[in-house]
Design a protein around this ligand. Structure first.
Ligand code: PMP
Length: 426
């Protein structure tokens, strides 16, 4: 039998860090990543034959569980027609119509092959539409790895960005203003000084890339208002929250309507897909209708469309999101009770089908500073003890957890039993 440790060593010879996306590498966790062989429903199975209850769900797409038979059948049915044509196909219209129906703020939509492309293109579109260069993002929000968005926070509401990755030109990063999440006053102040130079605000309406941080009352409303007042474009990055926090995304859940929305993950059913869309008068600026260039050899790939359409259609079953949310609440409540009993300082936060576990004595976590003040060593021990008991959590304290409709009451109970033991070992 080949072990994960052996495969990781082999992988590391020709793949940087042995992984094709950094967060997979179990950095700082003092163990090699687990190499998976297959997945079914709520479970991952590793190359050594171990089963895990999975709360990563391929980082979000697998909302009905892994290897959903309907999604697989839809892909199989298209397979023999060919993989890609580089021409329009009717199934792309089916997808566009479905997205516009499920998220009414989207009047026109363009498909991409990743979330990164969706956010990068939405930013270019907002800049092209407004004729302005500056953009606002929030500390600890992640929008993929395009240059303008890979900018770390400075302190203070008006701090101009500096690159947080070598290779991002400072001359580009200086157009990115980074503000604190859940700080409406900071946003107001920034717009009162610079509002008429700001092309757009991009935000994760529920932050899922610094653990799970829902928006406080008024935060999203303030973003909407300042954008209206200053003619800036409001972009919701719903790559993670879309179809997960509610059927219509976080914008439906919190009743705040953006101008543009970015999608990914669930929209592709596990295939490489992203999308961005919104107000017709903005989207009409995109090539070939308008001058803002955006393209993709494999964009709207028919197999990927088949997977995504099938998954989105399955979510329309009445009560789907209510039942997903209920599972998240059962899990979070059970974890809290067990942590409290073991006197481990811990709190959970959740929104719809996503949740987060914070090792902290704080009563809530609302921003990057508070999220990064949590105990990394406690997380490391908890993660390791859960993994050893067959529960696969995100291998980072700064990622949200994802529930699927395939997680049964027994799976959740198994998770809670494992947590009880993990807490007792901490
Ligand atoms: N936006 C958000 C909110 C994300 O969570 C991610 C990925 N986790 C992205 C954008 C980038 O998507 P991708 O990894 O598909 O490029």
């Amino acid at each position: 039998m080949t072990t994960s440790a052996e495969l990781f060593e082999l992988a590391s010879r020709h793949i940087p860090g042995g992984v094709n996306s950094p967060v997979r590498a179990f950095k700082g966790l003092h163990r090699p990543p687990v190499f998976m062989e297959r997945a079914q429903g709520a479970y991952l199975f590793d190359v050594e034959g171990n089963r895990y209850v999975d709360y990563v769900g391929s980082w979000g797409p697998m909302i009905t569980g892994h290897a959903d038979p309907d999604v697989l059948a839809a892909v199989r049915a298209r397979l023999d027609h060919g993989l890609s044509f580089g021409t329009p196909t009717a199934i792309e219209t089916t997808m566009a119509d479905l997205i516009c129906e499920m998220i009414p703020s989207i009047e026109m939509v363009r498909m991409t092959s990743s979330g990164t492309e969706a956010t990068m293109s939405a930013i270019r579109l907002a800049r092209g539409f407004t004729g302005r260069d500056k953009i606002v993002k929030f500390e600890g929000n992640y929008h993929g790895h395009s240059d303008s968005l890979l900018v770390k926070a400075g302190s203070g509401a008006l701090t101009h960005g500096v690159p947080n990755s070598p290779g991002v030109p400072a001359s580009l990063a200086e157009h990115t203003i980074t503000l604190s999440f859940n700080d409406p006053e900071g946003v107001e102040q920034c717009f009162s000084e610079l509002g008429d130079e700001i092309a757009c605000i991009i935000v994760e309406p529920v932050a899922g890339n610094m653990n799970c941080i829902p928006p406080q009352a008024d935060f999203l409303e303030t973003l909407r208002r300042v954008c209206n007042e200053h003619g800036s474009v409001l972009i919701f990055d719903e790559v993670m929250t879309g179809f997960r926090v509610a059927m219509g995304g976080a914008q439906a859940h919190y009743a705040v309507t953006p101008d543009l929305t970015c999608l990914g993950k669930i929209v592709g059913g596990g295939m490489p897909v992203g999308a961005f869309g919104g107000k017709r008068k903005i989207m009409e600026q995109i090539s070939p209708l308008g001058p803002v260039y955006q393209a993709g050899t494999l964009s709207g790939n028919p197999l990927a469309m088949a997977a995504g359409i099938t998954l989105l259609t399955k979510l329309q079953v009445p009560g789907f999101h209510a039942s997903l949310t209920q599972r998240v609440e059962t899990l979070c409540q059970g974890l809290q009770e067990r942590a409290d009993a073991a006197e481990i300082p811990m709190l959970t936060q959740h929104a719809g089908g996503m949740f987060g576990v914070f090792f902290t004595a704080q009563s809530r976590v609302d921003n990057f500073a508070q999220a990064t003040a949590c105990d990394p060593e406690a997380f490391r021990r908890f993660f390791g003890a859960m993994l050893d008991q067959g529960v696969y959590l995100a291998p980072s304290a700064f990622e949200a957890g994802f529930m699927s409709s395939a997680h049964t009451a027994e799976d959740i109970q198994l998770t809670l039993d494992a947590a009880e033991k993990a807490f007792s070992l901490m």
